[in-house]
Structure formats: C-alpha cells, structure tokens
Write a protein that binds this ligand. Structure first.
Ligand code: 0PR
Length: 382
C-alpha cells in the first residue's frame, strides 16, 4: 500500500469512529490541547526503562506530587498507571503481598467493595485469587456501612470505597469507612478514578461533605484517572499510596534495565501520557481545573432541571457530573435505541435501571438543549 492509499484508509476508519461531540456515555473526552502537544513530543518515551528518559521520569514524579497535593498529601507516592483498572489491581496487590508475608494465604483473603464497584474488581478477584465481597447500598446508592461491617472478618485485608461511582457518580461515606478501617487496622483503598478530578473542585460545602482523600487518616491508597476528568491522553491513571512501604510491596527486580526495580504492572509503558498529564496540571493548574469542573457541574444541573420539566426525575441528585434518569414505565433500552437513531450515545445503569449521561468537558449547553428536545420527543412517543 502506498502512503496516499494508507492515509485514505486511515481517514476512512476515522470516519467510522464516533466524535465525542454527541457522546454522553463516556468518561473520556477530547484531551486538552497541551496534553496532545506533550504527548506528541514524548511519543517514543518509555517509562518502563526510565533511566533512558530522565526528563520524562521527572515529569511523572512531579505529576504524582501535584496529584498527591491535590489529594491532601504531597508526600504520597505512586506512579502514572494505564488507568483505573491497573491502579485498582496494584493497590489490592500491594496489600495482598503484605498480608502474604504475614502468613495469610491468597484463598483465605477477602476484600469488601460496594455493589456499585467497577468491574475491575471482578478482574482483581480472578487475577489475585482473593474473594471480593460486595456490600449492599443505602437508598442513595452509597455503600451501607452496616453491610460492610457484617461482611468483615479476620481475613478481610482491605475495604474499598468509591468516590464517583461509574454508574451514578455517587460518593461513598469515605470518612466513616476510614474510621472503620483505622479502628480495625485495615487497609482502605479509595477508587476515585472518576471523582478524583471532580470532588476537589466542588464548592466548599460539598467538598467537606464528600471528603475522600488523604486528609482522612484511614485512607491508605487512592486511584485517580487523568484520562477521565484530568483531560490527559489515554492511557493515564494514577495510583497513590500514603505510605511508601506499600509501593515497595510491588517491587520486582529489573537486573538488565537502567533501573534496579519496577513497581508498575505494565513493563514498557507510555511516557507520552505521563508528559500529557504533567502538561495539563502545569498549564491549567488548580484554577483551570476548577473552571472545567464548575462548567461540567453547571451543565449537569441544566440537564437535570430540563429533564424535570419533562416530568423525568433523576435517580439521585447528582453529586458529580453523572446524570441518571428514571423513565417510569418507559422501556429504557428502547429509549436508548431511539436516542441513538437521533445521533446520541447514552448508556444505562443496572439497578435501578435508568438512562445514564456523563457530562464531560466536550458537552455544551447548546448540545444539551438539542438533547432535551430529542429526549422530550422520544419520551412522548415511547
Ligand atoms: N473505577 C471507576 C470508578 C471507573 O469508573 C472506571 C472506568 C475504572 C475504575 C476503570 O478505569 P479504566 O477503564 O481507566 O481502567 N469507568 C468507565 C467504565 O468502565 C470507563 C469508560 C470510559 C467507559 C470511556 C466508557 C467510555 O467510553 O464504564
């Protein structure tokens, strides 16, 4: 194939992909322009052999420091992962390894996650051969603390709380989970893959209501994704530990590389997305990220108010920029299908079954007005 043919083939494939503009189902978005610039500049950089790329490594370390500071502990240590899945696996692997050294066997260990936990925890059960127990929810779809306590036993090695759940954008009572974890001397991992770049920028009243970070003594590790609300390029997650000794539990010797050991799950890994993450944090800063979240939350309320005017109620009052709508007696899947025919990509939740929209930075007010018109038509005729 010559170059011209190749380019036209690529363009043809690109046309088949959905531009994010009408996508309301995704937790990803267009990366920020400075992320794209940095990504391109460091496209060949491999953090799997970071001695060859000390400049990239400096950016990774500084990005980790900046994210740690955002989450209440600039001394937190960790690394830029490939996303929430790797961060969750590695957090639980660290405490699993620690407990194995203390004499527990894999098959005897369990962790407790909310029913709303992301499916990466099902992968964790499989890969790490530990039991993942699912705790029930309260009426606001937050984890029920009584259910957590009932499921705990002497083999429980970690609790997990979610700050920004995948389906509802809800935040678990992390403060209370942290108290339980501290009382019992158990590890607490917070999955803030989505909410980590949202909650710190909510108004003060909500920030203190939804505390989830290292300012709570019982929080041991946090997963937060730059490739979601951090507007970095894919793949960019971040795993942070309060205590460096947990990171050390992940160390594997790398005798023939430029570094002595490696903590990441992935070997060869993207320096480009670490550079992109660094670039967004430096360029936007707290103020810039705040403005992004403020607009997403304004539009979230705009959508909920518009839906209410159509007689459609949200499942919960949104805490983060995820809107879930109850369609009463209407068929949710048929509604999704009808909206798709009008060019909209929306998703659904499992229980309760509802329509789900994520109001990412690519969403505009104009777009939501059009969406509400289509929703109104579809709702009336369904
Ligand atoms: N934890 C939470 C709370 C998540 O929401 C997600 C992903 C993960 C962990 C796993 O993160 P990675 O996918 O980065 O490993 N949540 C979305 C989901 O699985 C991700 C997503 C993004 C889905 C874009 C669709 C999409 O178009 O539903």
């Amino acid at each position: 194939m010559n170059r011209e043919e190749l380019e036209s083939l690529l363009a043809e494939k690109k046309r088949k992909d959905r531009p994010y503009t009408h996508v309301l189902s995704s937790m990803c978005t267009y990366p920020h322009e400075v992320a794209v610039y940095a990504h391109r500049m460091f496209i060949e950089s491999n953090l799997g052999d970071s001695g060859l790329f000390p400049g990239t490594k400096e950016m990774e370390d500084e990005a980790v420091r900046m994210i740690g500071a955002l989450l209440g502990n600039e001394n937190a240590c960790g690394y830029i992962t490939t996303g929430g899945t790797e961060s969750n696996i590695q957090a639980i692997r660290a405490i699993r390894n620690r407990k194995r050294k203390e004499g527990l066997r894999n098959n005897d260990m369990n962790i407790i996650v909310p029913e709303t936990a992301h499916f990466s925890f099902d992968k964790i059960a499989d890969i790490l051969s530990i039991e993942v127990r699912k705790a029930g929810l309260d009426h606001q779809l937050r984890v029920d603390l009584r259910s957590v306590e009932e499921l705990m036993d002497e083999h429980t090695i970690s609790l997990v709380g979610i700050a920004g759940s995948t389906e509802f954008g809800q935040v678990d009572p992390i403060k209370e989970l942290a108290e339980i974890a501290e009382d019992r001397g158990i590890f607490l991992h917070v999955d803030a893959a989505f909410g980590g770049f949202v909650i710190p920028f909510l108004p003060e009243r909500e920030r203190s209501k939804y505390r989830f970070d290292f300012s709570l003594d019982g929080v041991s590790s946090i997963s937060i994704d730059p490739h979601k609300m951090g507007m970095s390029t894919i793949p960019a997650g971040c795993l942070l530990f309060r205590d460096e000794s947990y990171l050390k539990e992940l160390a594997v010797p790398t005798p023939y590389l430029t570094t002595r050991e490696q903590y990441s799950l992935i070997g060869t890994r993207s320096g480009a997305s670490a550079a992109a993450t660094f670039a967004v944090l430096k360029y936007l800063g707290i103020e810039g990220l705040h403005a992004v979240v403020e607009e997403c939350m304004r539009l979230t309320r705009f959508l909920v108010d518009g839906a209410r005017r159509l007689g459609i109620q949200p499942v919960i009052e949104p805490v983060t920029n995820v809107v879930t709508l109850q369609l009463a007696d209407r068929d949710v899947d048929r509604t999704v299908h009808a909206l798709r025919e009008r060019g909209w990509e929306v998703s659904t939740t499992r229980s309760p079954k509802a329509l789900r929209m994520v109001i990412m930075p690519h969403v505009t007010e104009e777009l939501l007005k059009q969406f509400l018109e289509d929703l109104s038509d579809v709702y009336a005729s369904n």
